[in-house]
Design a protein around this ligand. Sequence first.
Ligand SMILES: [Ca+2]
Length: 211
Amino acid sequence: MMRARIAWLALVTASLALVVGVGKATAATTTIDFESLSGPSLFCAPAAPPLTIGVATFSGGVIMTAVTNLPADQTTVYGTSNCPGYAPAITITFSRPVSNFSVQVLNGETATVSYTVASDLGGTVTKSLVANFSSGADTFALPDAGITSVTISRTTPSSFWDFFIDNVAFTAFPTTTAECKDGGWETFGVFKNQGDCVSFVATGGKNQPAG
Ligand SMILES: [Ca+2]
């Protein structure tokens, strides 16, 4: 009986340690998958105004669902093509700086096309995606910390374009000092220590990260 209770206590202690361990250094990473929305499966619905989801605002394209001839992703996505009022680049602007940015890009053309994802800080990543019917899609990740805007476009501009994005992931900079504590400051990738992070939050971003 006593042994059983000690074993149970040991288990509870171990579980608590695990919870604390997991909570440590895990910043709030956001993934936008557009699944709260739905749209047509074919281009060219009327051009839409910028779409704001949380701290991110999307412009240049429209929301679409179960897109025809896009076997790589039949969920809801954000896409653009050479339709009236659509842009050749999808732009994402952030109301707060972000780190650890990545986005899934899907090629809607019937041939291999190169795409470039670029941040306002100068970071770029370029990849060739095979044709839509071969499920041409890949994740593009930017290393910059403190990004406030990202553009996604064909690497070589063309009068014809047809592509989509999905699963936009990022870590927004902290707005509470609690996010800086227990090693949280490290996960933003820009602060030199906890105090640097707290100072950033306390001054509303006026004291820029020193790290
Ligand atoms: Ca989706």
